[in-house]
Design a protein around this ligand. Structure first.
Ligand code: PGA
Length: 247
């Protein structure tokens, strides 16, 4: 199973559901539709309406983050996995580099994962090195640290997806080479297999994925799907990614 996950970031109002209706319509007719899942992570404000509208349809809905406490708390602007689940969402991103750079620590991320899983949300756990770390050849040690500080073997690996997003590639149009990316994905899977008894959760790639770059990525069979930012805000661009992937 492959994943095409659209991360809307700070984008969208209620009528933006029309973008997803077009994607859903495409999926209905796509002969490859049984080979992949579509997940969209809109802002919190749209989770309930989108989850309800797509309840018995093929687009799954998730949040972009969740707070590191369970149920209710007195933290202003915080939204818990419990609250996210209660409006029908099925997934949550955890550890996007935007949120790591705003102060999310490994300890906070671990609690986010714990409470997301406890509340039956599947977790899309984001990892990735920055430009300086890449230049100083620290990519693998950074990724390993991000993984082992948060993911525990007691977590159900079937409810975890890992998204590798090199920070220098997010929104920049810069992408890793095919060789480099294949090596990194294999390294990540190796680390995950050490935690999860020889079975790695799905590992996705994210960072400037569009209808063009996907033509390169599709040759790397070890990639289980994509986390798509900018190109997920347009139905045409998002559909082009899926079309070109299976072409
Ligand atoms: P991008 O963003 O596709 O716009 O590079 C990816 C992400 O931040 O998830």
């Amino acid at each position: 199973m492959k994943y095409f996950i659209g991360n809307w970031k700070m984008f969208g109002v209620p009528k933006s559901i029309n973008i997803l209706k077009k994607i859903n319509f495409f999926h209905l007719k796509d002969r490859n539709r049984n080979k992949y899942k579509i997940i969209i992570t809109p802002p919190y404000t749209l989770l309930e309406t989108f989850s309800k509208y797509f309840k018995n349809k093929k687009i799954l809905v998730g949040s972009q983050n969740c707070y590191q406490k369970d149920h209710f708390s007195s933290n202003t602007a915080a939204v818990s996995a419990y609250m996210i689940k209660s409006v029908g969402a099925k997934y949550t991103l955890v550890g996007h580099s935007d949120n790591r750079s705003e102060g999310d620590t490994n300890e906070m991320l671990k609690n986010k994962v714990i409470f997301a899983l406890k509340n039956n949300l599947k977790v899309i756990f984001c990892i990735g090195e920055n430009k300086i770390e890449k230049r100083s050849k620290k990519t693998f040690s950074v990724l390993k640290n991000q993984i082992i500080k948060v993911l525990e073997k007691k977590f159900n690996k079937d409810n975890i997806i890992v998204a590798y997003e090199p920070i220098w590639s997010i929104g920049t149009g810069k992408i890793p080479t095919k060789n480099e990316l294949k090596k990194t994905i294999l390294r990540i899977k190796k680390i995950l297999k050490q935690i999860y008894k020889k079975k790695s959760p799905a590992v996705l790639y994210g960072g400037s994925v569009d209808g063009n770059s996907v033509k390169i990525f599709k040759d790397i069979r070890e990639i289980d799907g994509f986390l798509i930012g900018g190109a997920s805000k347009s139905s045409k661009k998002f559909i082009d990614i899926i079309k070109n992937y299976y072409r």
